[in-house]
Design a protein around this ligand. Structure first.
Ligand SMILES: *Cc1c(COP(=O)(O)O)cnc(C)c1O
Length: 421
């Protein structure tokens, strides 16, 4: 044996990989800003077709005025229904389990009204120690709202000292430990800071085993990794659509409620006129007749222009073959990203995202070990790279299979190599 490493001439180049990418055509369906766009985990770029879909609704508004509510196939009264099936496909749900409404944090609150039902014995909510602040605030304020104290009712689970990601066994142990005091487990499908994918099915089973309800924030999961919310028995979930789903700034969010709960009249719920029977809604009575689907959680008529924009992206997800096809490409991009970083940066940069494919989506969370990470981030931005900085020390980059190329990854790594000293 000879110790000299043999260059891996078989490893394909970015150009080879792009040339053989069956999804390559979708990049042209987006308007991408000048530079290298690697921040789709924060705000997806503009699908070209969104302009047409939004323009069509502006036209209908101009031409029909109030009659737009009940005229034609696209009647605004039913417009949200156009989003239901495509959103359900993305998360492995049945259409009657999903609704597009509100924004993400609002949906977390609306769902906690139904699914956080504390009693003096069972009142705890388990979240992550480094939860996205909005999720933390939502859980904390729900606890106070019901007359409990976050000091005794909010359970925080974090990585071990010196570690960046959560150990599955620690999450499951915490659920078992708080057992019959645990009312709700509320965790992310993908952790926003580290990009770690959590085992949604196992967490759901563990929560149910102790009698808790289990909900997920899928802001960084929907459109990124495969989900099977229905089969996994998740009680509820919510996600925004402006990240991997390219719905645009402030886009309408989505909510999932498992089939076994959708028609449960005993669940407490905040009501509004958009949750009542569509056939009798305009009789304007004060009898609430819940729609027997997730739609009964709707309180208001929906944001038509934002829903129109989102349709453009959801059509592309279906056209591309759904999350399974996109994830297939995503895994190739992740492998390529890892390989290029290892070749060019070595240990000057650490990726705190788990290495195992099953535990990561398309985001990499990079920590600069050689030099000042914040300066590196500023230089990358200056050089035209769209990425983001997350306090205290991570640069997040996401290669999104719907529109990023292998060449984007290659160029980014080249730039990073030039910037990190
Ligand atoms: C992006 C994100 C949010 C943002 O909440 P909005 O209500 O959409 O402003 C909340 N939680 C998580 C985990 C997120 O990733």
């Amino acid at each position: 044996m000879n110790d000299t490493p043999i260059p891996d001439t078989a490893a394909p180049s970015a150009a080879d990989l792009d040339a053989s990418d069956p999804l390559a055509r979708f990049r042209d369906e987006f308007e991408l800003p000048e530079g290298i766009y690697l921040v789709g985990n924060s705000l997806g770029p503009l699908p070209r077709a969104a302009r047409d879909h939004v323009e069509a609704e502006l036209q209908r508004w101009g031409n029909l005025g109030a009659a737009g509510h009940d005229t034609g196939e696209m009647a605004w009264e039913h417009y949200h229904e156009l989003l239901t099936a495509p959103l359900a496909r993305l998360v492995g749900a049945e259409p009657h389990e999903v609704v597009a409404m509100n924004s993400l944090t609002v949906n977390l609150h609306m769902l906690m009204v139904s699914f956080y039902r504390p009693t003096p014995d069972r009142h705890k909510i388990l979240i992550e120690q480094h939860a996205f602040p909005s999720d933390h605030f939502a859980a904390e304020s729900q606890i106070r709202q019901r007359g409990f104290d976050p000091a005794t009712s909010l359970v925080l689970i974090g990585p071990r000292k010196g570690e960046d990601t959560l150990r599955h066994s620690d999450i499951l142990a915490a659920i078992a430990e708080h057992g019959d005091q645990l009312a709700l487990v509320l965790l992310p499908g993908v952790q926003y800071y580290t990009g770690q994918v959590l085992p949604v099915a196992d967490i759901t089973a563990a929560g149910h085993a102790v009698g808790a309800t289990v909900g997920f924030d899928l802001a960084h999961s929907a459109g990124n990794v495969a989900l099977n919310l229905h089969d996994w028995g998740v009680d509820f979930a919510a996600w925004c659509t402006y990240k991997y789903l390219n719905g645009g700034p402030g886009a309408v969010a989505a909510a999932f409620v498992h089939e076994r709960h959708v028609a449960d009249q005993a669940l407490p719920k905040f009501l509004g006129w958009w949750g009542t029977n569509k056939a009798t809604r305009f009789e304007m009575t004060s009898e609430f007749d819940a729609i027997p689907t997730a739609e009964s959680w709707q309180v208001s008529n929906g944001p038509i222009l934002m829903m129109a924009a989102l349709r453009a992206s959801l059509e592309m997800f279906d056209d591309a073959g759904g999350v399974a096809a996109l994830r297939h490409k995503s895994e190739r991009q992740i492998e390529f990203f890892d390989r290029r970083l290892a070749e060019s940066l070595g240990d000057r940069v650490e990726n705190i995202t788990p290495a195992a494919m099953a535990e990561r989506g398309c985001q990499l969370s990079l920590r600069v070990t050689a030099g000042d990470g914040r300066r590196v981030f500023a230089d990358l931005t200056e050089a035209g790279v769209f990425c983001d900085w997350r306090h205290p020390d991570v640069i997040r980059v996401a290669s999104v299979p719907l529109y990023n190329t292998f060449a984007d990854i290659d160029r980014f790594v080249g730039m990073l190599d030039g910037i990190v000293t």
